[in-house]
Ligand binder design. Structure first.
Ligand SMILES: [Zn+2]
Length: 64
C-alpha cells in the first residue's frame, strides 16, 4: 500500500494538499506540513500523524 493516500475534503470533495500550517499543542506552536483543503481550509489530522507528532513534541518538551 502506498504511503501517500489521497485525502478528500468531505465537504468540498477536493483533494487535500500539503501546506505549511501552523498548529499548536500544549501552548507551543509548530510549523509543519499538513494536508489542507484548498477550498475551505480544513486541516486533516490523521490519528497516526497526531500520535507520531505528539510523542515527538512531548519528547522535545521533556528535554528542556
Ligand atoms: Zn473543503
Amino acid at each position: 500500500m502506498a504511503e501517500t493516500e489521497k485525502l478528500i475534503c468531505s465537504k468540498c470533495k477536493k483533494e487535500l494538499v500539503l501546506k505549511k500550517t501552523n498548529f499548536s499543542y500544549l501552548g507551543h506552536s509548530f510549523f509543519t506540513d499538513l494536508p489542507k483543503c484548498p477550498d475551505c481550509g480544513m486541516v486533516y489530522l490523521s490519528e497516526e500523524f497526531v500520535k507520531g507528532r505528539m510523542s515527538e513534541v512531548e519528547m522535545q518538551l521533556e528535554d528542556k
